[in-house]
Design a protein around this ligand. Sequence first.
Ligand code: DUC
Ligand code: ZN
Ligand code: ZN
Ligand code: ZN
Length: 484
Amino acid sequence: MSTAIKGGTIVTADLTCQADILIEDGKIAEIGPNLGGGETLDATGCYVMPGGIDPHTHLEMPFMGTYSTDDFESGTRAALAGGTTMVVDFALPSPNQSLLDALSMWHNKSGRANCDYSYHMAITWWGEQVFNEMETVVRDKGINTFKHFMAYKGALMVDDDEMFASFQRCAELGALPLVHAENGDVVAQLQAKLLAEGNDGPEAHAYSRPAEVEGEATNRAIMIADMAGVPVYIVHTSCEQAHEAIRRARQNGIRCYGEPLIQHLTLDESEYANPDWDHAARRVMSPPFRNRKHQDSLWAGLQAGSLQVVATDHCAFTTEQKRTGVGDFTRIPNGTGGLEDRMPMLWTCGVNTGRLTVNEFVAVTSTNIAKILNMYPRKGAILVGSDADIVVWDPARERTITAQTQQSAIDYNVFEGKHVKGLPRYVLTRGLVSIVDGEVKTREGHGEFVARAPFQAVNRALSQWKEITAPRKVERAGIPASGV
Ligand code: DUC
Ligand code: ZN
Ligand code: ZN
Ligand code: ZN
């Protein structure tokens, strides 16, 4: 069965041209003038672009005493409705759980996915088993990225010594470390102080995670990666300090990447000042929304290329789940949705305002991350042989975002009331036409796992497991170890 997309303007990260596309067996078979096929999709007046890739989602994730509400079915349906044709989710082992067990759990959840997906593996604890399983994950399981949390002390957080050891392991395996960069020790102390002072509302969440906490950790992660001899990818870069650390490092020849979220680009900290508890709590995520100065820095980074990717960190909780944190902001499940709105919001606030060109839009929503994650040109490209993950984008189509018509399973939308201009006419996932003029025609289970090969690794034998041995306290003359 073949499909032809006719009459549109093909836009990729590096070129714009008029041509038709012929799709056969889920792949792009031909690009050129006057192509015909079984089914014809009219792209007149539209841009024909690589489907969006969201490299940062948490679908049905156990977190803070609950599970994020969008699963692989509703999450990927929401993604497709907004022009995103692939997601990369985080497999998150619980403490002492085998990485391979966690991976099987994630594979079980993703069976209902409507579009293709891949995983990052999180390093949530450190030990000989993790060290050994990292090799299996990279060599046999098609995963070349490992996520590290520098925050969530007492839960997901890894310390610097563990992070350094894991980064060195990534270097020798040809894997890329990802980092949630916030200083978890400082956050924990600020949270305790705020609560003790009676600040228990959602606005205190933002006070407990100032930009400095992120700037410090971003710089630390980059320096540790440099010492380990491995590139590093900083997830949800939300502030000027973090962006500056990335920009400076890149200027000095360090290979590092930064990923702003559509939420941080378009929503600001005033959301937490809303007197409606639900309104503010629904927007609690880490890092929190920032002010205009930080937003301008992120936009400038996308324009200059010092930031490369726009993601969502889609981690959707219902209002009822958020209310677990009434009386204690530290118990509000962290996370916001965004999968369905990333592309229309970025188009509206980026392309329509002149901040981004159409080609830059493709780069930051699709092509750059396909390259960074080593799945280009299968994904992120319009080339003969690439997967037919394609969005036919109608720049004239408009809509006001509202939870009432969204695909996500939660009961609100953080972009409620925003008017977007620029929406998909057609969305194809490996050739399957899944969205037609806003109408959802997704097929549950159509999505497949995308294996990603390792990067070229350091050319030497793998190291052996070594216990981290660092004396924590040393007795000095007359001063007991428990003292200063
Ligand atoms: N931040 C969130 O807001 N949610 C999920 C995990 C994270 O780091
Ligand atoms: Zn974290
Ligand atoms: Zn995070
Ligand atoms: Zn995340």
